[in-house]
Write a protein that binds this ligand. Structure first.
Ligand code: CUK
Ligand code: CUA
Length: 647
């Protein structure tokens, strides 16, 4: 999926396609659904004080964050800052969190986050972490679901745009990444080169990356596979029989570099790349592949010091398929596929044919046979292309127009979004026939069933993540929040239950039973475990220290005062560091810190943590600071002054 604007363009030029197919655009936008019955209301009602059954973890798209909703209520619970600065908490502003946003392009305070993916154990979401990709400056983040905070971000070198990411293998051995845009790469170093864009076909290349996940979740790029200069779109790892494999869609196999909406839609078929990651990993472990210079940052929370640190990594290992046969094969797949989804049994690989009239379903078993029989219809840059007729299991007919993504209910059915015909289509994994369809409002991109891309879906609810909102809510000017729709899939017929607005542009989402995540929750950080070098553990230790032009204020907060609360001896031209330690040892008692004229944001300091805000006073006078979070009846009294004198 592209941006709203690009989608509308896709919609626009796809109209002739619809006519050609002789299918009318149904789901007329003005038609109302029957949701709103007391039955639907009953199903989404979560009484005051009660908890939702599922956590929904939604990507924020161009907000760069990850938002959390309760399901079935659709209540917005929390927003986790990931790739974008968040003034609300000081993420990306405080000295402790700034290193998270470090890249080889410098400090990047924004990105476009598309796909959250839960860690899995034995193919089932385990509630430890959720990963999410940065599409613009290629990165992947890991969020700890114990505290709902970003714990780590790794940059992906030799890539431009990271869209097909970060999908997990069955035991979270690896997560995937891939370049969305191919770029010119030097033959030996893979460094981006200064060449004519028209030399695309000759010079541009792509990479697929496999990021290894350690015991504690630490991320490292184990290897990259060099691939032809297509666009790589989505991925999913296999499971069960296919668990050693991962699948990536590619479009623009035409290798066009201009007006892709026409020039990259010429080929009858593009490819799903099937990668034997297990074999590739073994090759790398045995010393195969080439280690090349490829600087990239790994930013992580140092749990001892409770703050982020940046580490520059200098190399990466690259596997060239021509030198390492057997690690990658192409499955021809009709017309610019978008999503690629593997059913819970691991037997079927479903492509999303954006411009295709049928939904292609490949068979893993047939794929393995075709590889063994060398049943190839050709090769591209040394990568064998399997024979379409030999690997295809079924072409689902009448699955809607503009099919994008598929999830599964674990009861033998698949659900596919159709962007152009604006509907969700339910089909059988046995007969490959459509059994039900429901209109969505409007134009769904991804959909989500809790566990719906795992071995064990909870086939109760489905969330449609719609790209276009129009008239669904009270109008808010030209910009409307995107709309999610909750659909009951527990019966034979899908039933629309609820609309709820979302923040940013949620592309994909994940859902997980609330109990699994609830168990892991941290309520505060023990003060005795805070080894931040600028922490103070009691008011007796608070102090102001001058080092040349730098002034360090070691402060504490506790209901309802700062220590110290009056600070003198600051001069214009100083750089003041407020190191604020929250002494509270209780759940849900952060204190805030805001300084008049501070050039960045506030701080929101969690109980037991230390956060640092800098301030460069420009004027002489006495300036107040205060707590921004209503923490007690005397919150309004929680204030202080800084006196600034001439230098
Ligand atoms: S998505 Cu990223 S452009 Cu279909 Cu996974 Cu929307
Ligand atoms: Cu502390 Cu308000």
């Amino acid at each position: 999926m592209q941006t709203k604007k690009q989608n509308k363009r896709l919609l626009w030029w796809s109209i002739p396609l619809i006519a050609v197919l002789g299918i009318t655009l149904y789901g007329c936008p003005s038609q109302q659904n029957l949701a709103g019955s007391s039955d639907a209301a009953q199903k989404v009602y979560v009484a005051p004080g009660e908890h939702d059954e599922f956590y929904g973890l939604f990507s924020g798209g161009y907000s760069g964050q990850l938002t959390t909703y309760g399901l079935p209520s659709g209540r917005h619970l929390y927003t986790i800052p990931v790739f974008s600065q968040a003034p609300v908490s000081g993420y990306g502003y405080s000295e402790e969190t700034k290193p998270m946003l470090q890249t080889t392009h410098g400090f990047i305070p924004w990105d476009d986050a598309h796909h959250p993916e839960l860690s899995q154990t034995d193919g089932v979401p385990d509630g430890r972490w959720v990963f999410i990709n940065a599409n613009n400056t290629p990165r992947v983040a890991r969020i700890d679901l114990g505290n709902f905070q970003t714990a780590e971000i790794i940059e992906i070198p030799n890539a431009a745009g990271n869209h097909a990411s970060p999908f997990v293998t069955v035991n979270t051995e690896y997560i995937s990444a891939a370049t969305r845009f191919s770029v010119p790469m030097d033959e030996n170093t893979l460094e981006n080169e200064d060449v004519a864009i028209s030399s695309y076909a000759e010079n541009f290349k792509g990479t697929l990356s496999f990021i290894k996940i350690g015991e504690e979740g630490e991320m490292s790029i184990d290897f990259q596979i060099l691939v032809p200069g297509f666009n790589y779109d989505l991925s999913h790892a296999g499971k069960g029989p296919s668990e050693d494999w991962a699948f990536f869609t590619s479009y623009n196999t035409e290798e066009a570099h201009t007006l892709l909406e026409v020039n990259a839609s010429r080929n009858d078929k593009d490819f799903i790349a099937a990668v034997n990651w297990r074999r590739a990993a073994e090759l790398v472990a045995n010393g195969e592949g080439r280690e090349i210079p490829a600087e990239h940052y790994r930013n992580y929370i140092d749990h001892d010091e409770h703050r982020a640190k940046s580490e520059l990594i200098e190399t990466v290992t690259v596997l060239d398929p021509t030198e390492n046969p057997g690690i990658i094969y192409y499955l021809p797949t009709p017309k610019s596929p978008h999503g690629v989804d593997v059913d819970p049994s691991g037997r079927y690989i479903v492509g999303g044919g954006k411009l295709s009239s049928v939904l292609p379903v490949h068979s893993f078993e047939k794929m393995i046979q075709a590889i063994e029989n060398e049943d190839f219809e050709g090769e591209v840059d040394g990568i064998p292309v399997l024979n379409y007729d030999s690997v295809i299991q079924a072409e689902v007919e009448n699955a809607g127009i503009g099919t994008l993504h598929t999830e599964f209910d674990g009861n033998g059915y698949a659900y596919t979004t159709a962007f152009i015909s604006s509907e969700i289509v339910k089909w059988s994994l046995e007969t490959f026939e459509v059994v039900d369809r429901i209109d969505t409002y409007y134009s769904p991109g991804h959909l989500m069933i809790p566990g719906g891309d795992s071995r064990q879906p909870a086939g109760k609810y489905l969330v449609a993540l719609n790209k276009i909102t129009k008239d669904r809510y009270l109008p808010t000017g030209p910009e409307l929040f995107h709309s999610a729709q909750l659909i009951d899939i527990s019966g034979d017929k899908m039933e629309l239950l609820l609309d709820f607005p979302t923040d940013g542009e949620p592309h994909y989402a994940q859902g997980i039973a609330a109990d699994i995540v609830k168990e892991r929750q941290v309520r505060f950080y023990p003060l005795e475990e805070n080894n931040h070098p600028d922490a103070v553990k009691s008011e007796a230790d608070t102090r102001v220290v001058r080092e040349g032009n730098e002034v360090h204020v070691y402060m504490t907060t506790i209901r309802s005062h700062f220590a110290p609360d009056n600070i003198e001896g600051i001069q214009v031209g100083d750089k003041v560091y407020f190191h604020v330690t929250n002494l509270e040892q209780d759940w849900d008692v952060p204190h805030g810190f805001a300084m008049l004229g501070a050039q960045n944001a506030e701080l929101l300091v969690m109980p037991g943590e230390t956060r640092t805000l800098t301030w460069e006073p420009k004027k002489v006078g006495v300036f107040p600071f205060y707590c921004t979070d209503f923490c007690s009846a005397l919150h309004q009294e929680m204030q202080g002054y800084v006196r600034v004198s001439p230098s």
